[in-house]
Every structure is written in C-alpha cells, then in structure tokens.
Design a protein around this ligand. Structure first.
Ligand code: PLP
Length: 396
C-alpha cells in the first residue's frame, strides 16, 4: 500500500525520461505530451539549455537565504519587469503562494487606505489554489467543500460580466481589488471577451481598486504573448506567475506595479525557499529559451493550427459544443462528462487532460512543432468522435 496521501486519483503510468514533447514510461512506451505537467513544462522536457544551466548552478549553489543578496533573483526580477512593464517582483514557490501574496497585498493596500475590512472581487469558476485564502477565492465548491469556515473578504461575480463588477463597485465600499484569470484554465478554458480587461481597468481606476491578474497558467507565453494581459493593451497592478515560469522547477512570482509595488517592507511578507539560486536559474534559462526560440509566436501559430485542425476534423460532430482557447491553451467542450477520454488517450500514447468535467484541455509544451501538432490532432480527433458516438449525451 502506498504511503503517499491519497490526494490524486493517479493514472497507472510512471515516466522515466522526456525529450521535447515526448515522454517515455518505465516500460519504454513513448507518449506525446499535450499536457506538459499541466502547463508547467513550457520549454518541453529536458531542454538542453535548461539542463545545462541547472547542472552548472547545482554544482555551485542551490540555496542560501533571502537574508542575503541573491544575484540570480535580482536578474530574474529585471527580466520579468522588462517583459511585463511592471515594477517589482516577490518570489515564492507556487501559484497558490503567488496569489496569497496578491491577496495580502490587496489587504495591506486597503488598510493603508483606511478600509477596515478590505474585500477582493473574485469570479465564478475561477481557480487560484489550495491554500485557505486561495481556495476561498476559488469559484468552485468542489475545492472548498469540507474546509469551512472559508476566509471572508471575497465578493463573487460571474466571469466576463462587467455589469456585475460595476454593481459591486457601486454598492460595496470595502472592495479594494479584483482578482481575475483572463483565460480560466481549471474552469474549462473559458476566454474573456475582448473588452473585458479594459472594462476592469476602468472600474479599478474609477474606484481605486488594484487590478490583479492570476497569470499562473496563462503567463510565460502560453497564450501567444509573454503574458495574457498583453493581448488587450491594458496593464494590471498585480500579476501572479508560477507553472511555466521555472520550466518545471518550482517557482512562483507576484509582480506589482505602482503603489502596489512599494507596499511590502521587511517583515511584511516572506518565503524561506522563494527565489533561491536554483529556481531563479531555471526561470532565467526558461525565459532565455522562450525569447531566443520565439516561443510566443510558436504558441500562437501552433495553437491556432491545433484549433483549426480540430475544427476541421470535428465539425458537425454531434456532442461537440465548442473548440476554443488562446495560443497553446486549448479547450474542447463536449455535451457530456468525458473524463474517460484521458485513459483512452493514455493507452494510445497521448497525454491529455479533462477539466470542468466535460472540457478536454490541451496545454502542450510551447516547443511543439507543426508536425507534432498534426500528429496530436490526427490521433485525438477520431478518439473524441468515437467517444461521442459510443456514449450517451448527459441528460441535463
Ligand atoms: C495551477 C493554478 C494555480 C495554483 O498553482 P499551484 O502551483 O498549484 O499552487 C493558481 N491559479 C491558476 C490560474 C492556476 O492555473
């Protein structure tokens, strides 16, 4: 019997090595990876530049402490600031921690403004993590159930609904910030409307709220720009990063701009491991690879190709609701629960994921080539078609 806590329903496979978009299991069977460790392995598996940078760093130093200067952390903050147009970065180890920092920043900001019980607007179907604050911010009962009492200080509105945010702004004086995903990953790969972010910016400016974006999944070129907000010509006050940031090595970041960047002082927040030399070296190498190999452009082009291929192959298929996404964050919504597809695909040597019960999610490594993309869709489309032909639609 396993002595690992039963927090994941694990598939019966273990991987031994990887290269680019390919993984090999302990039996030597090869898989095409269209999940990338849930949007983590941005530059693919065992990228030679990432491996070399890590090897070199491990031989020198892994960890010191934030009590000391850390050159790689300074350098990485410079790079993130240059890429985002924001001002300062706090480093941590995960997406949940990056959002925790954002929520703490919002409360700090509120108290400084004299708001005694500061609140943050959050969205339905959002996902922000599994810590107490972030699961309270998350818009999923499944994530929250059994962990009550939830943290207070969140006001929930529907996704993509500016009117609902305006109503909160008009009626609730405690609100100091909004926390939003621009493409809801766990929530079913839902993309916000074109004017949504601009609308949020206007509301935030009019009411002195911080515009905080959870780019844990959408960041690091995933949607075809380095950060998803860059599609919309609007800049946030706070942004959370993690997943792809370290190319597989755990690292998170809370990036801030303007007043939000100046709030934390020694003693107000911290992390033992956050921004250590090893993790920052991984993120620096990942950024180098994304920039030097043009992975924003690749995510945009290959993502469009995958969606177009699937559109062509699955058009008019009864049971298919929608193929959507941005860049290499792709959702295929069916009219019925389709978790079983994950196992079918696994047996066929294809790694995919299902989220929100009925949405097949593809978040492949950003290094995927056109021929690998075609191989993915050539295998996946018939699988989805036969699944839909052989299962009954959900009775709503
Ligand atoms: C995965 C994810 C998180 C949580 O990240 P962890 O590293 O698992 O804590 C938070 N927000 C979004 C949008 C995510 O996709």
């Amino acid at each position: 019997m396993s002595h690992v806590m039963n927090t994941y329903g694990r598939l019966p496979v273990a991987f031994e090595r990887g290269e680019g978009v390919w993984l090999w299991d302990t039996q030597g069977k090869r898989y095409l990876d269209a999940l990338a460790g849930v949007a983590v392995n941005a530059v693919g598996h065992s990228h030679p530049k990432l491996v070399a940078a890590l090897r070199e760093q491990i031989g020198k130093l892994i960890h010191t402490s934030n009590i000391y200067q850390i050159a790689a952390q300074e350098k990485l903050a410079d790079r993130i600031v240059a890429a985002s147009g924001m001002d300062k970065v706090f480093f941590c180890n995960s997406g949940a921690e990056a959002n925790e920092a954002a929520i703490k920043l919002a409360r700090y900001y509120g108290h400084k403004k004299g708001v005694e019980n500061p609140a943050v607007v959050v969205l339905e179907k959002s996902f922000h993590g599994r810590t107490m604050a972030t699961l309270s911010a998350t818009g999923s009962r499944k994530v929250q159930a059994g962990f009550e009492p939830l943290m207070t200080g969140f006001v929930r509105v529907p996704f993509n609904d500016l009117e609902a945010v305006r109503r909160v702004a008009d009626s609730n004086r405690n609100v100091v910030a909004i926390l939003a995903e621009l493409v809801q990953g766990e929530g079913g790969v839902s993309v916000c409307g074109d004017g949504y972010l601009k609308g949020l910016r206007e509301i935030c400016d009019a009411h002195g709220w911080l515009l905080m974006l959870d780019e844990v999944q959408t960041g690091m070129a995933r949607t075809g720009k380095m950060f998803a907000f860059q599609h919309y010509g609007v800049i946030p006050d706070v942004m959370s990063l993690a997943k792809g940031l370290g190319g597989g090595v755990p690292i998170g970041a809370s990036v801030a701009r303007g007043e939000a960047a100046t709030l934390f002082q020694p003693g107000s927040h911290g992390s033992t491991f956050g921004g250590n030399p090893l993790a920052c070296t991984a993120a620096l190498a990942t950024l180098d690879i994304i920039e030097s190999e043009g992975l924003c452009k690749n995510a945009d082009e290959i993502g469009s190709r995958i969606r177009a291929n699937l559109q062509r192959a699955l058009a008019e298929t009864p049971g298919l609701r929608e193929i959507r996404g941005k860049g290499m964050m792709i959702g295929i919504e069916l009219d019925r629960p389709c978790g079983d597809l994950v196992k079918t695909a696994l047996e066929a040597g294809l790694l995919i994921n299902v989220t929100a019960d009925n949405v097949v999610r593809l978040v492949p490594p950003l290094v995927m080539s056109a021929s690998e993309a075609d191989q993915l869709t050539n295998e996946l489309a018939p699988m989805i078609r036969s699944f839909l032909m052989n299962t009954a639609p959900a009775t709503a």
